[in-house]
Write a protein that binds this ligand. Structure first.
Ligand code: MN
Length: 752
């Protein structure tokens, strides 16, 4: 593969005589030395010798020694620009699968990195492929990515597949079809996601050749027939553009090519067009030195030719998720023939052609080859790839692409070959319930990769999981709740208990509640009195005492929640005149204590470096989710949370001893509590003011805890409202509405 795009992609000619691997390897050596790498050629040659010996006696379908495939894969890896370890691994990529050599043999001679890569490629090779629905396909792609812990595993697998596709003619029609389908559905999209346009196009064109030989031949015939005319057209256009750019003093390289067969094919198919109906068969690429030059060239092109409306796309200002950058436009040439022009810098060009692999090949900008090693750089590149994800279609795919890709997911197979996507840490029980609750409920055993395993075994990517069931299974065990990872499995287990074990649940639930109340120091007599119990039940939507106990018993509602409600009800049945904020903070403190016992995050607040610390919301500024917040470590009362714009924070004592007590905190992702906050409304003192404010509050369903208004002289009034909100968005909305009340001059949050 040279950097100069050829006018039409050539399918390599299949050899008639067996290939000589030594000749091929010599050519690879030559290529590597020409690329100017500082690779240890001796080590690469040693890998070749090992592969040659290990595969000796094995033949490819074309009669060549098997090792020719290994050299060819390494050669593609070199073209892609991979590093020395990758070239070594590419040479050895089939030895674990097809010869007696093992991971440790490779590790001993070439290091564990190479051995890990080879093992990774082997694992991918072993994944069984059957055509599936789109969603399954996406999961299969993700699974392959997840299995390849090192991105080089995928890149070598793509090189391997590319060579196999190039030499597919020797395979049976059956194998040609399945491999092409797999390539089209798995490997070409992966190459695309990694930004490797060149490999992607070739994989697609080669696959199409076997998937629709007729359609492929038709396009090729037409292109070949029209080639003289198209080439003449391209030459004329290129000449015109060259001259003009020169005149304008723009330094640029111009390439033109016929579009890829598969892109023409897809266009015919999606737009229901005959090939003669497709006009823009030619594409031009103008490569310049800088981004301003890109736009400069765009202006010149649009000045020379009439642009086709709606075809201008600026992927420089908005790169594609796979890092692709260029500006595209389609213009009408002098003979009324449209053609596409892509304008980009050299750096963008290398990224477009080689995608993620460009990292190993080129340094920024000048295109000189510079192989970098070391994990730091590699991660930086991938991080860059991740950070620029903006489009949603591919973002959930590439989003998790890091070296431990998809760290929160695991992909396993059912015995039928379906890919099941589970949370990381999932067990055979999660798997069983993800298939069907009946499978989980009747589970009597689990096998992973053919071996019987304990139920709490943590599943790994690519595991084949089989569940044994029996009609007479005893049903799920409560212990399972301790290790299942997915909430759906948890819910289904609880549902089973709810349905199958009502009597047991009622007894269990009642005794749990009694224990909890005793623990809280609440009198059972008082709390379980119908006058207290029934209103609480009603609020929690239970009709019968037994329903409530049963729900507690199977875990449908937490005992803490019920007990807290009962205690609050008992308390509020007694007179209590404290202000609402005090009450809130009291209740908050109780929940904290409880959550501390339960070991859960509380109040939706995460405190840096501290688990389960006591949280208190400051009364001065009453933060709500969405506010920028900061914590202050109080003496003996945990961390109190302030807004960053709170006066007490802004005007803090910055002596070292005090400054150290301010600590980073943040809102957790899941906010379940409501938050009380206070706002101050300044207004004209007029008749009906309080009524109008109350009406607005009512109309937006604000949960008001307290409202007081007083005249402050000079015809002005100040109204203070404490209310419950779930976050800053709701609060801002309410504040905006109040600001609209006649006579109101400002609505401020307290504390700032
Ligand atoms: Mn192979």
């Amino acid at each position: 593969m040279s950097d100069q795009p050829s006018p039409i992609m050539e399918i390599p000619v299949q050899p008639n005589t067996p290939l000589d691997p030594d000749v091929m390897f010599a050519a690879l050596e030559e290529k590597l030395s020409q690329q100017g790498h500082t690779m240890d050629i001796g080590r690469i040659r040693a890998a070749y010798e090992v592969a040659k010996t290990a595969h000796s006696g094995q033949k490819r379908k074309d009669g060549s020694p098997y090792v020719t495939h290994c050299v060819a894969a390494a050669d593609i890896a070199a073209d892609i620009g991979l590093d020395e370890d990758s070239i070594v691994a590419a040479l050895l990529h089939d030895v674990i699968e097809d010869t007696n050599l093992k991971h440790e043999d490779i590790a001993r001679q070439f290091g564990s990195q190479v051995a890990d890569i080879v093992e990774g490629v082997t694992k991918l090779t072993r994944v069984q492929y059957t055509s599936k629905e789109d969603e399954q396909m996406e999961n299969l792609r993700k699974m392959l990515m997840a299995m390849a812990k090192d991105i080089r595993v995928i890149l070598i697998k793509i090189a391997d597949r590319l060579h196999n596709m190039r030499t597919m003619d020797y395979q049976s029609p059956e194998k040609q079809r399945t491999k092409s389908l797999e390539t089209m559905e798995i490997y070409a999209p992966i190459a695309h996601r990694l930004g490797m346009q060149r490999a992607k196009w070739e994989l697609e064109d080669l696959s199409l050749r076997y998937l629709d030989p007729q359609g492929y031949a038709e396009i090729m015939d037409t292109l070949n027939r029209r080639m003289p005319e198209l080439e003449a057209f391209m030459d004329r256009m290129k000449e015109q553009i060259c001259q003009r750019l020169e005149k304008e003093g723009v330094h640029a390289s111009i390439f033109c090519r016929i579009k890829h067969v598969y892109s023409i094919y897809r266009k015919m198919y999606t737009q229901k067009l005959d090939i003669n109906g497709i006009f823009d068969l030619c594409a031009f690429r103008v490569i310049v030195d800088s981004i301003p030059d890109c736009y400069n060239v765009l202006g010149i092109i649009h000045d020379m030719f009439k642009p086709v409306p709606g075809r201008f796309k600026d992927y420089i200002s908005t790169p594609k998720p796979n890092m692709y950058q260029s500006v595209h436009t389609t213009v009408i040439g002098s003979e009324g023939i449209p053609f596409e022009v892509q304008i980009r810098t050299w750096e963008m060009h290398y990224t477009a052609e080689y995608g993620i692999a460009a990292h190993w090949k080129y340094k920024m900008g000048d295109g000189s080859s510079a192989v970098r090693s070391g994990d730091e750089d590699k991660f930086a590149w991938i991080r860059r790839l991740l950070e620029t994800q903006s489009e949603s279609d591919a973002s959930d795919f590439v989003h998790d692409l890091k070296i431990d890709m998809f760290s929160d997911e695991v992909f396993v197979f059912s015995p039928k070959g379906d890919v099941i996507n589970l949370s990381a840490g999932a067990t055979p029980v999660d798997f069983a319930y993800s298939i069907h609750s009946d499978i989980g409920n009747h589970m009597v055993g689990a096998k992973v990769n053919g071996r019987i395993v304990p139920y709490d075994t943590v599943l790994q990517n690519g595991d084949i999981v089989e569940i044994r069931t029996s009609k007479s299974a005893p049903g799920p065990s409560r212990d399972w709740l301790n290790f299942v990872k997915s909430s759906s499995a948890r819910t289904k287990i609880k549902q089973w208990y709810k349905k199958e074990r009502r009597e047991e649940n009622i007894l269990r639930g009642r005794s749990m509640l009694e224990d909890e109340l005793r623990h809280m120091g609440v009198s059972l007599e008082e709390a379980l009195n119908p006058d207290i119990l029934h209103p609480v039940m009603k609020k929690l939507s239970f009709n019968e005492d037994d329903d409530l106990y049963a729900a507690i018993g199977y875990g449908g509602i937490t005992v803490v929640r019920v007990a807290n409600r009962l205690r609050d009800e008992v308390k509020s049945a007694r007179p209590d005149h404290r202000n609402p904020i005090d009450k809130m903070n009291d209740a908050a403190e109780r929940r904290e204590q409880q959550a501390k016992r339960d070991g859960k995050a509380i109040h939706g607040i995460l405190v840096e470096g501290l688990d389960n610390c006591l949280i208190k919301f400051s009364r001065c500024c009453t933060p709500v989710p969405g506010d920028d917040i900061i914590g202050f470590i109080t003496r003996g009362q945990g961390v109190s949370i302030h807004r960053k714009d709170c006066q007490n924070y802004r005007r803090r004592d910055t002596s070292p001893e005090n400054e150290g007590r301010w600590i980073a905190v943040d809102w957790a992702n899941t906010i379940t509590d409501v938050y009380v906050t206070t706002i101050t409304i300044s207004s004209r003192d007029r008749n009906g003011l309080v009524m109008d404010i109350a009406t607005v509050l009512n109309s937006v369903n604000a949960k008001v805890r307290n409202l007081s208004s007083r005249a402050v002289g000079f015809g002005q009034a100040v109204t203070v409202v404490s209310l419950e909100v779930k976050d800053i968005t709701e609060l801002r909305y309410i504040m905006n509405r109040i600001a609209g009340v006649a006579g109101v001059s400002s609505v401020m949050r307290n504390g700032s």
